[in-house]
Design a protein around this ligand. Structure first.
Ligand SMILES: Cc1ncc(COP(=O)(O)O)c(C=O)c1O
Length: 354
């Protein structure tokens, strides 16, 4: 049965990437050895790591602009503390747009003063705060570009001289932005890049080395940068698959090309949510994410029917996060437009039944 994978992460990856990755597990590019049984210091893996690092910068338009891309472990959650450990000397600002921001705030408080410059908590994070003022004495301002759980996404980033740190775990490589506005970007691989196990960190070198405390080697970005992301054994499989996915994206036409497809997918589902009285959207209209569409069913009695219809059509992974409920259709880069079409057809069929 053809499945339509709307999972929030880990999630759908391009079929050809999965095919090539599975072959490499048996034998990498005709070398007679598996990708996961060769040394990370072998010339084959060093080339893979270098390719992954350079593709990340190339796709983001950051080549030759003083940035370094590294692949670390510990998930995006490790970055909640690493960003603060490396950049927070006195005071940092955070915009609280939900669970992931809150977790980042909790870790940062271990390292210095944290100011919550804005929050949408009072409305269960249905919207993105705007027009807030940013104190000029912050070491950095931390943002979450896409709030996976609530389906909200920052459309306009603040103009400020304060360094910007951004958790882009759930929308990296999905839309065109001026990425040079950010001093540090991090993203767990398991949405638009690859399997869980690697986290991409893109950092402007000039912001490092400014804190007054000592940083343990494994948590020090400068150490990982100086060792070309090979300070210790990297997650070789996750880096390899991320490299393949970035290459897939580049061959497709890069972020500009995927953004167009992502916009079409998002428009398709949001028009249905707006027009169909059986469904109501969760996120504020102007802040709706092109990656995760969150919605509820207005008539509880139709829930079982809808679930059964989805199951029969091979739709997988659309249950909402436990803190929000309802449904969430995650439409990451590799999800074809056709899958959104199948979901939308079911939604409109349900309206006729209701
Ligand atoms: C925006 C965002 N940040 C952070 C995380 C945490 O990622 P990890 O599980 O890799 O630590 C997630 C996980 O879904 C996320 O969506």
């Amino acid at each position: 049965m053809k499945m339509h994978n709307f999972s929030a992460g880990p999630c759908i990856l391009p079929k050809e990437v999965l095919q090539k990755a599975s072959e490499a597990v048996v034998e990498l590019d005709g070398i007679g050895l598996s990708l996961i049984e060769i040394s990370h210091r072998s010339k084959e893996f060093v080339a893979i790591m270098e390719k992954a690092r350079s593709l990340a910068l190339e796709l983001l338009g950051l080549e030759g602009k003083g940035y370094q891309a590294i692949f670390l472990q510990g998930g995006a959650s490790m970055q909640f503390l690493m960003t603060a450990y490396n950049l927070l000397d006195k005071k940092a600002g955070y915009v609280n747009t939900g669970t992931w921001s809150q977790k980042a705030i909790k870790e940062a408080r271990l390292f210095g003063e944290v100011v919550e410059v804005a929050s949408s908590q009072e409305d269960n994070f249905k919207y993105i705060p705007k027009g807030y003022s940013i104190p000029s004495d912050l070491d950095y301002l931390h943002l979450t570009s896409n709030n996976t759980i609530y389906g909200t996404q920052i459309k306009e980033f603040p103009e400020t001289d304060v360094p910007l740190v951004c958790d882009m775990s759930s929308d990296i490589f999905s839309r065109q932005l001026d990425f040079s506005k950010f001093d540090l970007i991090y993203a767990g691989a398991q949405k638009n890049m690859g399997p869980a196990g690697a986290t991409l960190v893109v950092v402007k070198e000039e912001i490092l080395g400014k804190v007054s405390h000592i940083i343990p080697s494994m948590l020090d970005y400068s150490v990982h940068v100086s060792k070309d992301s090979m300070f210790n054994t990297p997650p070789v499989f996750a880096v390899y698959v991320s490299m393949l996915t970035m290459k897939w994206l580049k061959d497709l036409g890069g972020i500009a090309a995927i953004e167009e497809i992502n916009e079409r997918k998002a428009n398709l589902i949001y028009s249905e949510i707006e027009l169909n009285p059986v469904f109501s959207g969760f996120a504020a209209k102007e802040d709706r994410s092109i990656m995760n569409a969150t919605f509820n069913i207005t008539d509880d009695e139709l829930k079982d029917v809808f679930d059964a219809m989805c199951k029969e059509a091979g739709i997988s992974g659309i249950n909402g996060h436990r803190s929000v409920g309802g449904y969430r259709a995650s439409m990451y880069n590799a999800l074809p437009l056709e899958s959104v079409g199948v979901l939308v057809d079911i939604m409109s069929e349900l309206e006729k039944k209701g």
